[in-house]
Write a new protein. Structure first.
Length: 393
């Protein structure tokens, strides 16, 4: 995106474990790139979208995003592709910031640096290890600055690598999609034991907590959840989560049930009230109407926010502010298929939500976001670190 005084560049990520209600990511099909090409989406940017928004003022993000939605005309961006609209929408925001000579975060608002949620052990659709739970997250929140929190996260990550190598052999230290290790753990508890041991071996027991993203739709079929070799109904899985929360310092659970299970989310949320944050991702897909339902049923304490689930920055900001007005938290998130784009770091700072999920402290597309946050912290100062304040229990 170019204007007389500004320049903005952005790209759209992709998810392996997408919610069925997400906006459509337009792929070409056919043989090229195994069907995953994006020539149609690119053509939409260069023709339809370009024609519609050329000449508009980049400081009017909401008007441009409205124009994108109208031009698309569908409920799920299936005409233009949410990958096309996401990249354009974020490029507009970057261009507006560049016109004003400042970082994207400062045109969005508050300036609070989020605590990082680092996915250090991968399972589910992000790994081939047979572990049902998709993400095991370390959450360094009791620190005075983002840089100290990230340093602790990195030390724990490398301690974990050594423990995995000792237990399963060095061949088991290969990485999953989000840069976390993907060892062949037999049970959920094996993964949590390793993580708990690496936190304490690195010396951070009091300062670092644990989170999980079950992404439970991926192991749900015919009314049952297949976890650790057992088939559980919602009640059985609820009991399992409660027992895990008793045994480990878990403070956050994302998508504990499948993507239509608003009521089961609400039951777990009530049972773990004031102890564990319940996060909606596939459940709510950054979509205001699904979020309204989740709020009315009391399904979640926080929203997982992914711009490409809905397709424009404005709609994502609306989703965040709906949650914040309702007293819910927000976790800004990367996708398993990421690019080097760093806009989500700025969005998390700008909306002041206090929590960001960007994978392990490893692989360039993950560290790009954490490095961007280090840079923002050097601008805003360590006192702008949110610490534990973003966590909504
Ligand atoms: C999730 C995300 C990101 P994916 O489920 O929260 O961690 O994974 O991009 O595969 O949906
Ligand atoms: Mg998720």
């Amino acid at each position: 995106m170019r204007t007389e005084k500004g320049f903005g560049r952005a790209s759209s990520p992709s998810g392996a474990s997408t919610g069925v209600h997400e906006a459509l990511e337009l792929r070409d099909g056919g043989a090229r790139y195994g069907g995953k090409g994006v020539l149609f989406a690119v053509k939409n940017v260069n023709s339809l979208i370009s024609k519609r928004i050329s000449g508009m003022d980049v400081s009017g993000q909401a008007e441009i995003d409205r124009a994108l939605c109208e031009l698309d005309g569908t409920s799920n961006k299936s005409r233009l592709g949410a990958n096309a609209t996401t990249a354009v929408s974020l490029a507009v925001a970057q261009c507006a910031a560049s016109e004003r000579g400042c970082g994207l975060h400062s045109i969005l608002g508050k300036g609070k640096i989020p605590a990082p949620m680092l996915n250090v052990l991968n399972g589910g659709k992000h790994a081939g290890n047979g572990v049902a739970i998709q993400e095991f997250i370390i959450y360094p929140l009791n620190f005075n600055s983002f840089s100290e929190a990230l340093c602790a996260g990195s030390e724990i990550y490398h301690t974990l690598r050594a423990l995995i190598s000792k237990k399963y052999g060095s061949a088991a230290t290969g990485l999953g999609d989000e840069g976390g290790f993907a060892p062949p753990c037999k049970k959920t508890e094996d993964a949590l034991d390793l993580i708990e041991a690496s936190i304490s071996e690195a010396g951070y027991q009091k300062k670092v907590k644990i989170g999980i993203d079950a992404a439970a739709s991926s192991f749900f079929s015919s009314g049952k959840y297949t976890v650790d070799g057992k088939k559980l109904d919602a009640k059985g899985l609820t009991d399992k989560y409660i027992s895990l929360a008793k045994s480990y310092p878990i403070v956050s659970m994302e998508d504990p049930f499948h993507e239509e299970a608003f009521e089961d989310f609400a039951i777990l949320r009530k049972k773990l009230a004031r102890r564990v944050q319940i996060v909606g991702d596939d459940l709510t897909v950054t979509n205001v109407s699904r979020i309204k339902k989740a709020i009315s049923v009391n399904s979640m304490s926080s929203l997982l926010l992914k711009v490409n689930q809905i397709g424009t920055l404005t709609e994502s900001l609306q989703a965040a502010s709906l949650c914040q007005r309702a007293g819910l938290g927000v976790v800004v998130s990367h996708r398993s298929g990421e690019t080097e784009d760093t806009a989500i770091a700025d969005i998390a700072v700008g909306i002041g939500c206090g929590q960001i999920k960007s994978g392990a402290p490893c692989r360039g597309e993950r560290t790009a976001k954490y490095n961007r946050l280090l840079l923002i912290e050097s601008e805003l100062g360590p006192r702008s670190f949110a610490g534990a304040s973003g966590l909504v229990l």
